[in-house]
Design a protein. Structure first.
Length: 295
């Protein structure tokens, strides 16, 4: 902040005093930096932003970003974010989850938030296993991967969160890579600026427990949709791109913005908060007419 009280926004604006407790080299560091860079470039004041999280290595994010934060229950960052947005829709609300947290424990919330189109951003740190509990298979672990819970290799088809999001009503669907911070930052910026529900799924190498999906593994396979001429308004093309990794047996994995559309948000359609946020309204409610109806 300068002498006149103006904030000079950069990544340091959002630093906290918490000691970061991730393994050296973890993909979470790249995501954390990208989030701070995106907030700085959007000139978001710390008090204008709330980050909610569930349980997992990623869930420490609210402690490491100088905004409001809420670390809640496993799989529940999305309903907490929905509640915050309904209480004060002027806030920028970001939910942070992982593949175990968001695509298994919290899968029902993921599905319903998309069809409602709440104006929130959901960043999923997808390390393709449960990192905090030392490496069990998750919904996105690739077929055949041997983990502590799949000694003979995974036999379940991995969830495709991008395809699920496109088909289930998400209005901004993107995927980034923690090893490409400038690109990821742009996707997060676009997601926060988007009016409606935005998903930013992120490949986040877990350097301690995932010995298959490493930085090198992704670098050899990922390519950028925007450089390939993909039109994110084309839903059919977005679906095709979402299936490309499976159809090419993971030889080509697209990252970037898959799909975007404009649709009224949940908050836009609530006359109760059309004039001002719920938190700014008086709490005096006369329930007499309601009680009279009951007798
Ligand atoms: Fe990151 Fe994996 Fe370590 Fe968790 S266990 S902090 S996901 S490297």
């Amino acid at each position: 902040m300068d002498a006149k009280g103006n904030v000079n926004f950069d990544v340091n604006t959002y630093n906290t005093k918490e000691m970061i407790q991730w393994c050296p080299g973890c993909g979470n560091f790249g995501i954390l930096t990208a989030i701070k860079m995106a907030l700085a470039e959007l000139k978001k004041q710390p008090h204008e932003v709330v980050i909610s999280s569930g349980v997992g290595c990623n869930s420490k994010i609210p402690h490491y970003v100088m905004t409001y934060g809420f670390e809640g229950l496993h799989g529940r960052p999305v309903p907490v974010a929905e509640g915050i947005k309904l209480a004060n829709h002027k806030l920028t609300v970001i939910a942070e989850g992982g593949d175990g947290d968001g695509y298994q424990e919290g899968i029902q919330h993921f599905i319903h938030v998309m069809r409602r189109n709440h104006d929130i951003t959901y960043i999923v740190h997808d390390n393709q296993l449960y990192g905090l509990t030392t490496g069990q298979a998750s919904a996105t672990t690739l077929l055949g991967t041997k983990t502590k819970t799949t000694l003979h290799g995974v036999i379940e088809t991995p969830l495709n969160p991008i395809l699920l999001a496109i088909d289930n009503g998400a209005t901004y669907v993107a995927r980034g890579f923690a090893g490409d911070i400038p690109h990821l930052k742009e996707l997060i910026k676009g997601a926060i600026a988007h009016k409606g529900f935005s998903l930013v799924e992120v490949f986040q190498p877990c350097v301690t427990f995932n010995k298959l999906n490493t930085y090198e593994w992704f670098r050899e396979r990922v390519y950028k949709l925007e450089e390939a001429g993909h039109d994110p308004r084309d839903k059919k093309a977005a679906r095709e791109k979402a299936e490309e990794e499976v159809l090419t047996q993971y030889k080509k994995i697209p990252i970037g913005l898959f799909y975007r559309e404009e649709r009224p948000t949940y908050e836009d359609q609530l006359p109760q908060i059309a004039d001002k946020p719920l938190v700014e309204k008086q709490l005096e409610i006369d329930i007499t007419p309601f009680l009279k109806k009951l007798v």
